[in-house]
Design a protein around this ligand. Structure first.
Ligand code: FAD
Length: 383
């Protein structure tokens, strides 16, 4: 088994880059939508054969066992090559939780199925009235013999219509003194009569979001991960790496590159006002990359990231939105055109890019919430 962490960063980057460059199917590069599993199954099988499905998992569970520095390189190369993350909620979210808090039996059963994509997962946290204030969640799970019986509703469940299982936060003790208490972490099969999935069509016309309704749905008691009523602190434990991952510069850098080629083709740089706004956006992206490098260095030194990492997500997502607004501007009267616009050999769907940039300031903790974190934990301001 290769010890990736023993390689130099440069060697490792080269190896990852080469694999993505030569093996990833061209037609799937920079996919403008979230693919269903069937669309990327072939690529998933390749990753599985190579043992690269779970870069962050320890090698003993079938992962690559990468340290934080190598992991960043892996994700940077993935993003740079336009390599789709695939259906990775199993690998990124529920797998690490099972590794950390699951029983041996749960690890033996679920982890190999996540790696092979025999089970495809979706995340059931948000509910109507429980998004930013997630601890408000009301979906209940009650014991009935050897099962939990689940009733309630989840919303914004990404790709639930293409998932076999859901990992969810549910209320198991409605009488707990604090709302953060009395919440448990459950795994449940989607394919059962008590689960009803309805897709939500987004502004860009896609149906990646769903509402999921539970009407006496069942899951065995043994699908409780960790202790009963302790789900809240477990779910929070997952967030630390995600906070740098969602703030990585690739999003804005790729969009800026696209904007530059597109704007050149459209002659937008002849306008000094556009040139000025483009230069501002380019400097913002550079600033963000420098800030990101500082946090990445902290990880390389083995340090834990502080609350100030929230800056990354705010800055990159807001840069991305400004860049996509500039794309619309560069398109001039065609800015409202649905579908790709061709300029020379560059094809850009400006409207879809604009729409896709909107939710980035919402997911993973909205930017307002990230600002609250900064103001309290970094600046020490009162509530
Ligand atoms: C692309 C995308 C994918 C998602 N995928 C999933 C998924 O797979 N599973 C899942 O469970 N959820 C998912 N979500 C849901 C996401 O977690 C929630 O949308 C998010 O937590 C915000 O909750 P909300 O939509 O209920 O908005 P609300 O919490 O109602 O917020 C509405 C507005 O008020 C602001 N606000 C709220 N509270 C405060 C405050 N205290 N101070 C200042 N401003 C505040 C918010 O910033 C926001 O602008 C996804 C969301 C998006 C956009």
């Amino acid at each position: 088994m290769t010890d990736w962490n023993a390689m130099s960063d440069a060697e490792f980057r080269k190896e990852v880059h080469q694999f993505f460059e030569t093996e990833y199917p061209e037609e799937l590069r920079h996919l403008p939508h979230r693919p269903k599993f069937a669309e990327i199954e072939h690529w998933h099988r390749k990753l599985h054969t190579k043992g690269w499905v779970a870069p962050a998992w320890p090698a003993e569970y079938g992962g690559m066992g990468l340290n934080a520095a190598k992991l960043l390189i892996f994700y940077e190369e993935q993003q740079r090559g336009g390599v789709n993350r695939g259906r990775d909620m199993g690998v990124q979210m529920v797998g690490p939780l099972i590794i950390k808090f699951g029983t041996q039996k749960q690890k033996d059963y679920w982890l190999p199925r996540i790696l092979s994509c025999e089970d495809i997962w979706c995340q059931g946290y948000s509910e109507p009235g429980a998004g930013s204030d997630l601890a408000n969640l009301r979906t209940r799970a009650e014991f009935d013999g050897d099962d939990f019986v689940i009733n309630g509703q989840k919303i914004w469940t990404t790709m639930a219509h293409d998932a076999t299982h859901i990992f969810m936060l549910v209320r198991t003790d409605p009488n707990a003194p604090k709302k953060q208490q009395g919440i448990s972490f459950l795994l449940a099969p989607m394919d059962q009569p008590g689960v009803d999935v309805r897709t939500i069509t987004t502004l860009s016309g896609e149906t990646e979001f769903c509402e999921v309704f539970f009407d006496n749905a069942r899951t065995p008691r043994e699908n409780l991960v960790g202790e009963l009523n302790k789900g809240w602190s477990m779910a929070k434990a997952l967030l630390s790496f995600e906070r740098i991952f969602i703030g990585s510069p690739g999003l804005a850098q790729n969009a800026l590159g696209q904007l530059e080629s597109f704007a050149r083709g459209r002659g937008a740089f002849d306008d000094p006002v556009f040139r000025d706004r483009f230069a501002q956006a380019a400097l913002d992206v550079e600033d963000h990359a420098a800030l990101y490098a500082r946090f990445a260095d902290q990880l390389r030194r083995g340090e834990t990231l502080g609350a100030d990492v929230s800056m990354l997500k705010i800055w990159v997502t807001e840069c991305l939105q400004r860049i996509t607004e500039l794309m619309i501007e560069a398109a001039g009267p065609d800015g409202g055109t649905v579908g790709p616009l061709q300029v020379g050999n560059v094809s850009v769907d400006v409207l879809a890019s604009f729409y896709k940039a909107r939710p980035t300031t919402i997911y993973g903790g909205s930017n307002e919430i990230q600002r609250n974190i900064l103001s309290k934990a970094v600046l020490g301001l009162p509530d």
